[in-house]
Design a protein around this ligand. Structure first.
Ligand SMILES: [Zn+2]
Length: 375
C-alpha cells in the first residue's frame, strides 16, 4: 500500500536509517563526517538551503566542551522570518552503537516530516530543522545553538526526538514550563502516549537530552522517545536489525502532526500553567488544568466522607470495617511499592553480574522510578 505524499511513511524514513546507521558515527570519526554530508545533501534534495554552524559547545549541565558542527535548515512559512517551530534530533552516536534508534530514528523522522510538509500546503510559520552535533559527549551542539545561533531567538516551540531503546511506543516524556497549552495541542494527535506522572517524575531526574539545553530559551517544548529494548541502548545492538519500524512511524506521525499544528497556529504560544494528562483505553487522551486537581481531590474526599456516613448507618461493625479497609488500601500500596523496589534491586544486581549493557550507573534512580510507578 502506498502512503500519500503528504503523510508520514516509516518505509520512506527507513531509507535514511539504512543510509546513516550502518556503523557508529561518534564525533571525530570519518563516519560522522559522512553522516553530516549525507544530511546536508538530503536537506538540499528537499529544496532547503542547509547551513553548518561551526562552534564550540559548552555544556551548562556538566564540565564538557568541544567543537561541533550543527546542521540547520529553515523552511519558510507564509509569515517568514518571525517565530518558528524547531524540530530537533542529534546526528552523532556513541562509539559502540550504530545509532539506528539513538538518534537515527529521530533524524529520519524529521527528514521524512519535512518532505511530507513540503508536499502539502505552505505553513503559516517557519520550521527550523536542527540536527545537533555532540549530544552524546554533553549536549554540546544544543548548547552552541542556544548560546550563539541567531535563529535561537525565533524558536517559539521545540519538538525533540530521542531514543532510549530500539522499540516501543514513542512516549511524550518531557515538556517545557507551563505545559497545558502544548498538551492541549498534543491531544489533537491520534495515538499519543503520555502522562503527567511521567513528565513530573522526569523533571526530578538527572537524565538529559538536547532539550535540557534548549530549556534555557524558556519556550514551550515536547520531548519524545521510545524506550523498550532499553538493554540495547548505547550498544552495538542499537542497529538497523533491532529498530522497530513501528516506533519510527509513531515518532514521525507525531512529528508531522505537531509541526503542522504549531506552525499553522498562533506563535508565540499563550502562557499557561501545567496540565494533568493521561491516556486511557477507549476514552483516549485526557487533559485538564492542574488547578482542577485540588478541586477533584476535595470532591473525592467529600464522596469518601459520604460513603463512610452512609455505611455507618447500615453496618454495626462500622469502626472495624473502616480500619480494615483503610489498612488494606495502605498496605497494598506499601507492599506493591516494596515488591517493585525488591524487583529493582534484583534487576540492578543482575546488571552487575550479567553484562547486559544499558546503564547500571542509573540503578538507584531506576529503583526509585520503579517504586514510584508501582504506586
Ligand atoms: Zn540520543
Amino acid at each position: 500500500m502506498s502512503v500519500p505524499r503528504s503523510a508520514f511513511s516509516a518505509a520512506r524514513a527507513m531509507k535514511h536509517v539504512l543510509a546513516i546507521a550502518k556503523r557508529p558515527h561518534p564525533v571525530g570519526s570519518a563516519e560522522h563526517d559522512q553522516m553530516r554530508d549525507y544530511l546536508i545533501a538530503q536537506l538540499r534534495n528537499l529544496g532547503l538551503d542547509p547551513q553548518i554552524q561551526n562552534a564550540t559547545g559548552v555544556c551548562t549541565r556538566s564540565a564538557d566542551a568541544g567543537r561541533v558542527q550543527n546542521i540547520l535548515a529553515r523552511m519558510p512559512g507564509r509569515q517568514s522570518g518571525g517565530p518558528a517551530v524547531l524540530l530537533v534530533a542529534h546526528y552523532d552516536s556513541v562509539e559502540a552503537a550504530p545509532g539506528a534508534a539513538d538518534d537515527g530514528a529521530g533524524i529520519a523522522a524529521i527528514l521524512e516530516t519535512v518532505r511530507a510538509l513540503r508536499a502539502g500546503a505552505p505553513l503559516l510559520h517557519d520550521i527550523i530543522v536542527l540536527f545537533t552535533d555532540g549530544e552524546e559527549p554533553g549536549l554540546l551542539g544544543a548548547a552552541a545553538f542556544v548560546r550563539e545561533h541567531p535563529w535561537a531567538k525565533d524558536v517559539a516551540m521545540a519538538l525533540n526526538f530521542e531514543a532510549r531503546g530500539t522499540t516501543g511506543r514513542s512516549l511524550m516524556f518531557e515538556t517545557g514550563p507551563g505545559n497545558l497549552d502544548a498538551v492541549r495541542v498534543l491531544r489533537t494527535v491520534p495515538g499519543v502516549t503520555a502522562g503527567s506522572v511521567f513528565t513530573t517524575i522526569y523533571r526530578t531526574m538527572p537524565n538529559d537530552t538536547d532539550l535540557s539545553e534548549l530549556a534555557l530559551l524558556g519556550i514551550p517544548a515536547l520531548n519524545f522517545a521510545f524506550g523498550d529494548g532499553a538493554d540495547r541502548y548505547h550498544t552495538s545492538r542499537d542497529d538497523i536489525a533491532h529498530l522497530n519500524t513501528g516506533s519510527l512511524q509513531h515518532h514521525g506521525q507525531q512529528a508531522l502532526a505537531l509541526a503542522r499544528a504549531f506552525a499553522n497556529g498562533p506563535l508565540p504560544r499563550q502562557r499557561t500553567g501545567d496540565a494533568v494528562f493521561f491516556d486511557l483505553p477507549l476514552i483516549g487522551f485526557v487533559v485538564y488544568s492542574e488547578k482542577w486537581a485540588m478541586l477533584l481531590a476535595l470532591v473525592a474526599a467529600a464522596l469518601a466522607v459520604v460513603v463512610i456516613i452512609r455505611s455507618r448507618r447500615e453496618s454495626t461493625r462500622f469502626g472495624r470495617d473502616v480500619v480494615l479497609g483503610a489498612a488494606a488500601t495502605i498496605g497494598a500500596v506499601v507492599l506493591s511499592g516494596a515488591a517493585a523496589y525488591l524487583a529493582g534491586l534484583v534487576i540492578a544486581l543482575l546488571h552487575t553480574i550479567v553484562p547486559w549493557g544499558g546503564a547500571p550507573a542509573w540503578s538507584p534512580v531506576y529503583w526509585a522510578a520503579v517504586a514510584i510507578l508501582s504506586l
